[in-house]
Design a protein around this ligand. Sequence first.
Ligand code: ADP
Length: 491
Amino acid sequence: MAAKRKLSVLFVTSEVAPLVKTGGLADVSGALPIALMAQGVEVRVLMPGYPAVMEGVKAKGRLASLPAMGELPGCQLLAGKLPGGVPLLIVDCPQLYHRPGGPYQDISGKDWADNDLRFGLLCYVAALLAGAHSPITWRPRILHCNDWQAGLAPAYLHFMQGEKARTVTTIHNLAYQGVYPAVTLSRLGLPPSAFSPNGVEYYGNLSFLKAGLYYADHITTVSPNYAQEIQHAPLGMGLQGLLAHRVERLTGILNGIDTDAWDPESDPYIAKYYNAARLPVKLENKRALQSRLGLQAADDVPLIGSVGRFTDQKGFDLILECAQALIGLPAQLAILGSGDAELQEAFQQLARSHPGKVGVQIGYDESLAHQIEAGADLFLMPSRFEPCGLNQMYSQRYGTPPVVHATGGLVDSVVDCTPQTIANKTATGFLFSPMTREAMLIGVGRAVAAYRDKKLWRQLQKNGMARDFSWDTSARQYLELYAALLAEQPA
Ligand code: ADP
């Protein structure tokens, strides 16, 4: 009798928390493989050997030497472990990766001119490991590729002979697509036949992400609602036609959150621990936050928090436009963020002109982010689009009902407060739409009215705190998807 083969997954990514992080992809890459391992999957993560990886992973062994291909230089394949214990495969290529700066940009913020080669090599190595001519004995049955940086791996694999892994491409951010001139095809050693609308070609160029979406056996994105939205303009960002065409092969799986790092019962950053049974203690966190941000000590004035990147996506401009009306409710504002210079200046100006009522901190500050989640009464998230979003899940866990624009993963993770959801105890926050000042103010107004109803408010807080946003749930869905893909082909 043939032994049942263990489910093995090669998870290809360009960033992994805590080693290299620029966004949500790093959080997913840090957490999902751990959750999959806990469910019995044999996972290995493949990523480039940036300096932070070479320094952060102390014990490394050499597994194989890979020769150059096209303009891709030769490289070494190293094996180590991520801080969380997940086996790591590193593409060590000093010529491409050993340089100061970020994974995608130099220290001045300019994209590396050879990103096509940097991530082309990652894709090529991933495909080699997933195919019949792998230089190592370990074989993944699933090749799981993330974002454009891993998008060409299913394309390379498509053109390889012999037994191969099934492939999944996950979209974390559709705004970045890895588009390069046509000549890149031969530089990366892909066959001319790949350069077709039914292939890697995208309006005369080569697109890493389009290749990943075209050649992967399955596509996922990070929430079910966003999976619907990206089948249409404008959120499909040019790829809506292909995504709609592949709808049978497109699934949304909501991200989880790190429930250890974000736990009001043990969060080292907050003034006082609390849980659903000790909600009055949360007030001490509100007082501490008011004190830290120079806000007036006022227990009964609702404190509205918001944390995030100052980009067009996150809608902080709308908060700014509504600031007077929000303060007039009355309410206080606690804002933490960085990004767009004009928004930074405008928020600082707002804080100067409303001392005691508006507290603003510009920059990235992990401790303040936790303190806002714990100390605010409401959490405001007017994102124009949001593939998944994390803060709205943190805020529910912290008993801080979110007020969110009804888009993307926010729709999947926040239950709007209505007579029906109040009655069945599922309400956890407030959704507003469309993305206008008026609608946002109505949403916040509904939240403040609910805040004044102490019994209702407690119920909302408890409903949110009882929700399970752990990675286990998401990992189980990925596991089901992998199993379904493997069941489609003979073992
Ligand atoms: P995105 O990945 O699009 O930036 P998410 O809501 O998915 O948005 O995740 C953002 C994460 O980064 C959250 O954990 C949020 O608290 C954190 N974050 C964003 N900006 C800041 C900041 N200025 N200081 C601290 N944490 C921040």
